[in-house]
Ligand binder design. Structure first.
Ligand code: GLC
Length: 538
């Protein structure tokens, strides 16, 4: 389909936790390949695979030691070729992650820096420290995982890492860095991939003076920061767009750009720059009709202005799972000024309500114009695994916070495919997965849900299929008005989506019939925490 990326449903594969073919307890490329029929039958248009490069796994693969190869635990380059070819045979596009902000400290460039190579030093952000003897970091920047964003080299100088110390930031003012990444893009485009998800797209260029950032306010993501969203980043992506375009207008980029406002995000989205950029606002919005409507309005206004598709994200490998977010009274997580980690942890999640809302949210997301990203396991209604044993946790957030912030492992627990006890078909043998699965996931396996018409998996399947049939990409959205304030309802041509985020049942409109409900048996009344798709009665 031409311009597939303007209306695609993309399925995010967190490769380490998707499916394990070689029995080592971690997912791999052949495991993923064996599940392509599952993804085809889910009806998605594309998969985005998180970093598959050789990595010491200091940050789950986002610490890349070689951008032109495959992590041996995941397979080989020929496995990747076979995976891409089979995905294409099944009409699935393949997007891979590119991680240009930093390398692994095991990358040959950083090793060369450590051995004193002056050319390698210029490829990273290295400065003398502050204080009389340079004994303090050059500025006050903090790492996303906690602690200073600077670590000392054996020379006494400091290198910058916006993430873990094992992820040194590259110096994008150096033309050699630019040339290297342009070559890496070509390397993978030549192998047939359809696009790149750009990791930390907002971070490559730093303010030339590296000034202090000042105190970090609660709502830090909405504040400008000298290491984020600097104007110079755009010329990099314009050069990248030319490369993609030289292959085909159908090879695309999707940016993870964490910027203060949608207007700033729009600057990345131009016909000569990036095609799409994640809209993360749903992941922070409380389960309230007004908040959900605002997310949609904001994103669509921006999409109209820049003529780029809205790109809806409910979840990812970095965010607590929707079932668990919606299971709490607290709106959401992390960046809400009102978010209170201690309160979040203290509140017992109501997963029955969380699951019900997550199903409704899926119908909301999949009815919207634009592109929708589904994070693996959300189609199974998995919850965040909040009680992982401390010694199994691997996320650097956990280590770097001094074991106070549980980090992101809870949404990265390997998928349950079949059977009644761990590893639930994730691995072929008895090997236990790299993060332990909850014993009760037997009811949530893909196999169990396949056999249950009312399951979350079947809901997703129906929704993805009906979306194609009922919602031509170009049909715009119009709000349905004159309805109870707790309801989100919009129309697209002869279609309506209704979501009841309130506490009272709501009457559905006359003259319309339910073609899909987030729970079984929705007819004339929409119960609380549920959603329905409607078409006109003949
Ligand atoms: C992105 C990734 C996250 C990673 C970070 C550093 O935010 O999604 O998982 O830790 O970049 O690469």
């Amino acid at each position: 389909m031409q311009n597939w990326w303007k209306s695609a449903v993309v399925y995010q594969v967190y490769i380490r936790s998707f499916a394990d073919a070689n029995g080592d307890g971690a997912g791999d490329l052949n495991g993923l390949r064996s599940k392509l029929p599952y993804l085809s039958s889910l009806g998605v248009d594309a998969i985005w695979i998180t970093p598959w490069y050789p990595s010491p796994m200091a940050d789950g693969g986002y610490d890349v030691a070689d951008f032109r190869d495959i992590e041996p635990a995941y397979g080989t380059l020929s496995d990747a070729d076979a995976l891409i070819a089979e995905a294409h045979e099944r009409d699935l596009k393949v997007i891979i992650d590119i991680v240009p902000n930093h390398t692994s400290s095991e990358h040959p460039w950083f090793k060369a820096l450590l051995s004193g190579d002056p050319a390698a030093r210029k490829k990273f952000v290295v400065r003398t420290g502050s204080g009389p003897r340079g004994e303090s970091p050059p500025n006050d920047w903090t790492s996303a995982f906690g602690g200073p964003a600077w670590s000392q080299l054996p020379t006494g100088e400091w290198y910058l890492h916006l993430y873990a110390p094992e992820q040194p930031d590259l110096n994008w003012d150096n033309p050699e860095v630019r040339a290297e990444f342009e070559d890496i893009l070509r390397f993978w485009f030549d192998r047939g991939i359809d696009g790149f998800r750009i990791d930390v797209a907002h971070g490559l260029i730093k303010h030339p003076d590296l000034p202090d950032a000042g105190p970090r306010p609660d709502d830090w993501r909405t504040q400008p920061h000298p290491a984020r969203d600097q104007d110079g980043v755009h010329e990099i992506y314009r050069a990248w767009r030319k490369i993609a375009q030289s292959y085909s207008p159908e090879r695309i980029f999707v940016a993870e750009a964490v910027v203060p406002t949608n207007n700033r995000l729009a600057r990345y989205l131009r016909p000569d720059e990036l095609h799409t950029a994640f809209q993360f606002d749903f992941t922070r919005a409380p389960w309230r009709a007004e908040a959900l409507r605002n997310v949609i309005d904001d994103a669509l206004i921006q999409a109209d202005i820049v003529e780029a598709p809205a790109t809806w994200v409910l979840a990812s490998h970095d965010i607590p799972r929707p079932v668990t977010r919606y299971a709490r009274t607290q709106p959401s997580f992390d960046v809400q000024p009102e978010w209170d980690r201690a309160r979040w942890a203290a509140e017992q999640p109501d997963h029955v309500t969380g699951r019900r809302r997550a199903r409704a949210a899926a119908l909301l997301q999949l009815a919207l114009p634009g592109t929708a990203y589904i994070y693996q396991g959300d189609e199974l209604g998995l919850e965040e695994v909040e009680d992982l044993p401390a010694d199994s946790r691997q996320d650097p957030t956990w280590q770097q916070s001094g074991y106070t912030d549980v980090g992101r492992d809870g949404c990265r627990v390997p998928l349950p495919w079949s059977g009644t006890s761990p590893p639930f078909g994730f691995s072929p043998g008895e090997e236990q997965p790299w993060l332990p699965q909850p014993a009760h996931w037997g009811d949530l396996t893909a196999a169990a849900q396949q056999a249950d018409a009312a399951s979350c998996l079947q809901l997703y399947r129906s929704a993805v299929g009906l979306r194609k049939a009922l919602l031509p990409p170009a049909t715009p959205l119009q709000w349905v008005t004159g309805i109870p304030k707790d309801v989100v309802a919009f129309a697209r041509d002869g279609f309506q989506c209704w979501v009841n985020a309130g506490r009272n049942p709501v009457r559905l409109p006359y003259g319309w019939k339910v073609v899909l409900g987030s729970i079984p048996d929705i007819d004339v009344v929409l119960p609380p925490d549920s959603a329905a798709w409607l078409t006109r009665k003949a």
